[in-house]
Design a protein around this ligand. Structure first.
Ligand code: WT7
Length: 630
């Protein structure tokens, strides 16, 4: 794969990719191992929608991540694992070792009856076994669905059941900072409600006592015992599913976003190489968890497809102290560092002392992802981490897009703080107005849509293609609607302004207001709830819940605690509301619709101009809510 090395070359490639997309992507795809070449590069329409890339081709992700590198990189480090506790020894796996571990585990999967197309749920901490399990699934053609280990047992069982997984892979326990999380216990609770699960493979990470159910639960070491370190990868059809990853939307239950074998592979490899300007033998450190799409695309697949060394960090940024990320960079001589703005803002509050005696001179490129980065945080990152020597790539993308769509290309695109800048080759963004017309020219703002397919895009929502159509392709006919608002400035640079729907971005975690409302409504005293986002200095956005309860509440404080606990149980601790206000009523229109606009204003603390409230059923509730605002 050729790397873009100048802005002129980017402009040429971009032009070529728009004029002749099939030619462009066929050329990129040429650098992979294909069991069989494609018949057609692209077949698509955004009405059904139907998108097929490289149809007729056969390939395997795991083979392209591993086998392909053995000849030249067998002894190069593929994964460096940095443990939660810095005093424990770190692990590293060479490409050869990773290949063997993956083959062994792939053979273990086959032995217990996992075959092409079966769904396998992975609920593991940030340990190499998470990547091994993903790659082994890909190798045998099973579809993995990784569930972030911060999700509760009911979120886990919902996901397992939604895509009907046969196998769950988990670990005994994990420490994050000083907090111990008993993963197998959480999994056991989930498994009470998952009739489809036949087996559970348990990795012994911390020697923590667990219950093993006979006939169902198998230790990882027993599963791989006697398994050969050789395995022939299944030749997958280009459009066979590779993985499902659940993400939240405005309404309803989480959606199982489905990505397929060939297109996703080509797209993440291409974007990793170019966005980060990755150079051979460099060490790449992405701080995201494998449970999110960033972990899939740029911790595991993108780096390994490029034969890079990827750092997997088990811990948290503030343990044992607030300089931990910089310790990891220093210790492993990281060249490219990729994190979320929320982490930067949080570290900013501890001042510059955390950099003392840390050698960050190995750093060459910095990246951010997950939410808009404010200019101040951008400059802090640039100055203190990059020592004004490293370009920052502000990468805009989504679970649904598979890989980065709008971003600077490191050392190529002239930067502008807080701007995702320009679309990558192959990406055709447009801004649409309320009535669905394209807004042309510069210095404009609108809803961000994409008008042409790219190989890494999601193909469907597992089991519900109609919902896929409804959510992304019905707001605007013949466009993919991202749900984000966006400005295009006088230079044609893109700046993402945030979601225009009811999705809230808390510390880079995407949370649907509906999900949190449903969880709160489960409390026996709660009648109705409305959750909105409000600006939060560190998290980007915080969650503000307005709750109507029955009867008179005497102890509001303990009620708030109980409500927070329910959300942690139903979804996960990260979705616990920051503020809970008990209210007598909610502002509703005569047709019964909650006017969230008003609640958002109150949550922001801006009550001076609430706009027109005359259409409300009972305007007096607004005054009551204002008076009790937190
Ligand atoms: C939403 C997608 C893509 C990996 C992590 C999040 C927001 C993402 C940026 C950015 C401004 C961003 C958008 C998007 N977002 N990156 N660089 N600047 N906003 O994936 O959970 O699917 O969330 O995150 O609002 O729609 P996700």
């Amino acid at each position: 794969m050729q790397q873009i090395s100048s802005f002129e070359q980017y402009q040429q490639q971009y032009k070529h990719s728009v004029e002749k997309p099939e030619e462009f992507w066929a050329e990129v795809a040429g650098s992979f191992v294909w069991t069989k070449k494609w018949d057609t590069v692209l077949d698509w329409n955004f009405t059904e929608p139907k998108v097929k890339w490289f149809d007729g081709a056969q390939c395997n992700m795991s083979e392209n991540c591993l086998d392909r590198h053995l000849e030249t990189k067998a002894n190069q480090t593929a994964i460096i694992w940095e443990p939660n506790n810095p005093n424990e020894t770190f692990r590293s796996l060479t490409y050869k070792e990773l290949y063997e571990e993956v083959c062994r585990f792939a053979n273990a999967l086959k032995k217990i009856g996992i075959t092409r197309g079966d769904r396998v749920c992975i609920y593991l901490p940030m340990i190499p076994e998470a990547a091994i399990a993903m790659l082994a699934c890909a190798r045998v053609g099973a579809v993995h669905t990784v569930v972030f280990a911060g999700f509760s047992s009911s979120s886990l069982s919902d996901r397992i059941n939604d895509c009907d997984c046969k196998l769950l892979i988990t670990a005994d326990a994990v420490y994050r900072g000083e907090k111990k999380i008993d993963l197998k216990k959480i999994a056991d609770d989930a498994l009470l409600q998952t009739p489809g699960i036949k087996n559970c493979i348990v990795y012994n990470h911390r020697d923590s006592p667990v219950l093993m159910m006979e006939g169902r639960d198998i230790w990882w070491t027993d599963a791989v015992k006697d398994c050969s370190a050789e395995n022939v990868a299944e030749a997958m059809q280009a459009e066979d599913p590779l993985f499902i990853l659940y993400t939240s939307g405005s309404t309803g239950k989480p959606k199982g976003i489905l990505h397929t074998a060939a297109g996703y592979m080509v797209y993440v490899a291409y974007t990793f190489l170019n966005v980060f300007n990755y150079r051979d033998k460099e060490v790449f450190f992405c701080t995201a968890d494998v449970g999110w799409v960033t972990g899939h695309s740029y911790l595991v697949y993108g780096p390994l497809l490029n034969g890079a060394t990827t750092v997997m960090f088990e811990g948290i940024p503030n343990y044992p102290d607030h300089g931990r990320f910089w310790d990891v960079v220093d210790k492993h001589k990281v060249n490219i560092f990729y994190t979320a703005p929320t982490a930067i803002r949080s570290l900013e509050t501890y001042g510059e002392a955390v950099f003392k005696s840390k050698d960050l001179s190995s750093l060459r490129v910095l990246g951010t992802v997950g939410e808009p980065i404010n200019e101040e945080a951008w400059h802090w990152y640039h100055r203190n981490v990059g020592k004004e020597n490293c370009p920052i790539v502000d990468t805009w993308w989504q679970t649904e897009t598979g890989g980065v769509l709008i971003s600077p290309i490191a050392n190529v695109t002239p930067l502008k703080p807080a701007f995702a800048t320009l679309p990558l080759p192959g990406v055709q963004p447009v801004l649409l107005n309320e009535t669905g017309e394209e807004i042309h020219g510069n210095d404009v703002q609108g809803n961000l849509c994409i008008r042409f397919p790219w190989p890494g895009m999601a193909r469907t929502i597992y089991g519900d293609h109609n919902r896929f159509h409804q959510t992304y392709f019905s707001t605007y006919k013949n466009y993919y609607f991202t749900g984000d608002g966006c400005r295009r400035d006088e230079d044609g640079y893109y700046r993402i302004t945030g979601r225009v729907d009811d999705v809230i971005n808390v510390s880079g975690h995407r949370i649907g207001t509906g999900e949190v409302e449903d969880a709160i409504d489960e409390h026996s005293l709660v009648i109705e709830t409305a959750v909105v986002g409000y600006p939060h200095d560190i998290k980007g956005q915080g969650l503000y819940a307005f709750v109507i309860c029955t009867g008179t509440i005497t102890d509001e404080e303990s009620l708030r605690k109980e409500i927070g606990k329910i959300v942690a149980e139903k979804i996960g601790a990260f979705a616990r509301p920051d503020k809970i206000q008990i209210v007598a009523g909610l502002p509703k229109t005569r047709s019964g619709k909650i006017m969230r606009r008003i609640l958002r204003k109150i949550a922001e603390g801006d009550t001076s101009n609430l706009g027109d409230t005359t259409t409300l059923l009972d305007p007096a509730v607004v005054e009551q809510i204002k008076a009790g605002a937190l």
